[in-house]
Write a protein that binds this ligand. Structure first.
Ligand code: ADP
Ligand code: ADP
Length: 229
C-alpha cells in the first residue's frame, strides 16, 4: 500500500527558478526511504510539497487516499497536525516542557489522550527512559533529536518526514538516532521519509532516491537495511 504518492510535480519559485522539474514518486507504507542529492537539487522542495508544507506549481500529491492538492489551507493544516510527523535539523522542542511532555505534546495539541501503550513502546524504542523528566537544556543534542523523533512517531502518523535529522549531530549520536528511526519502521510499523546529505545515514533506509536538478535520476534498493543494526 502507498503512503505517499506524487505525480508530475513541478515547482517554480519566483521568476523562474525551477526547483522540481517533473517528479513522480510512490512510497510504500512501512518503509524507510531516503532522498539524497547535491545541495540545490530540490530535496527540501520535494519534501515540503509531499508533506503539505508547500504547494507544487503543477502535479498532484496523495498521503494515503487523501489528495493534498485538493485541500484548502485549513484542511492541510489539520492533515499535517493529525497525519504527519515532522523532524527538522533543529530539534524544535519546547524548552519549558520535560522530555516526556514534549513527546506527548501532539496529543495535547490534537485534544486527544495519549495512548499509554504506544507512548511506552516509543519510549522503550528511543532509549530515553531515564531522561523523561529532563528539560531540553539538560539533554545532549543527540538526545534532544531523539525526543523530537519520538514526538514525530508517537501519534502513529501516516508518514514521518525528517529533513536532515542528523545534520547537527556527531557520528555516534547520528547512529543512535538512525537506529531509532529504523526501529520505528521495523518494530513500530512507521513510515519514514528522510532527506539527507549523509551517505551513512542513507544506509539505514530501505530505498534511496537520488535527485539532481529537480529530476529523480536514480534509486537504490537496500536489501540489508533492516540488518544494519
Ligand atoms: P515484494 O513486494 O516483491 O516483496 P518489496 O516489498 O521489496 O518487494 O518491494 C520492492 C518494490 O517496492 C520496488 O520496486 C520499489 O521500487 C518499491 N518500493 C516503494 N517504496 C519503497 C520503499 N520505501 N522501500 C523499498 N521499496 C519500495
Ligand atoms: P536542496 O534541498 O536539495 O538543497 P532546495 O529544494 O532547497 O534544494 O532548492 C532547490 C532550488 O530551489 C535551489 O535552486 C534553491 O535555490 C531554490 N529555492 C528553494 N527555496 C526557494 C525559495 N523559497 N525561493 C526561491 N528559490 C528557492
Amino acid at each position: 500500500p502507498t503512503a505517499v504518492r506524487a505525480s508530475g510535480l513541478t515547482k517554480t519559485y519566483g521568476a523562474g527558478v525551477r526547483a522540481l522539474a517533473g517528479v513522480d514518486v510512490d512510497l510504500h507504507r512501512g518503509r524507510f526511504t531516503a532522498i539524497m542529492g547535491p545541495s540545490g537539487s530540490g530535496k527540501s522542495t520535494l519534501m515540503h510539497c509531499v508533506a503539505g508544507l508547500d504547494r507544487p506549481s503543477t502535479g498532484r500529491v496523495w498521503i494515503g487516499e487523501t489528495e493534498l492538492t485538493e485541500l484548502s489551507d485549513d484542511e492541510l493544516t489539520v492533515l499535517r497536525r493529525d497525519r504527519i510527523g515532522f523532524v527538522f535539523q533543529a530539534y524544535n522542542l519546547l524548552p519549558t516542557l520535560t522530555a516526556l511532555e514534549n513527546i506527548t505534546l501532539p496529543f495535547a495539541l490534537a485534544g486527544r489522550r495519549p495512548d499509554p501503550e504506544v507512548v511506552r513502546a516509543v519510549i522503550e524504542a528511543v532509549g530515553l527512559a531515564d531522561r523523561l523528566d529532563h528539560r531540553p537544556h539538560q539533554l545532549s543534542g543527540g538526545q534532544q533529536q531523539r525526543v523530537a523523533c519520538a514526538r514525530a512517531l508517537v501519534t502513529h502518523p501516516d508518514v514521518v518526514f525528517a529533513d536532515e535529522p542528523t545534520g547537527a549531530l556527531d557520528s555516534a549520536s547520528s547512529a543512535e538516532l538512525l537506529a531509532f528511526l529504523r526501529r520505528g519502521v521495523d518494530d513500530l510499523g512507521r513510515t519514514v521519509v528522510m532527506v539527507t546529505h549523509d551517505p551513512t545515514a542513507a544506509t539505514y533506509a530501505d530505498r534511496v532516491l537520488f535527485l539532481a536538478d529537480g529530476h529523480l535520476v536514480g534509486e537504490l534498493l537496500n536489501p540489508t537495511a533492516d540488518r544494519v543494526l
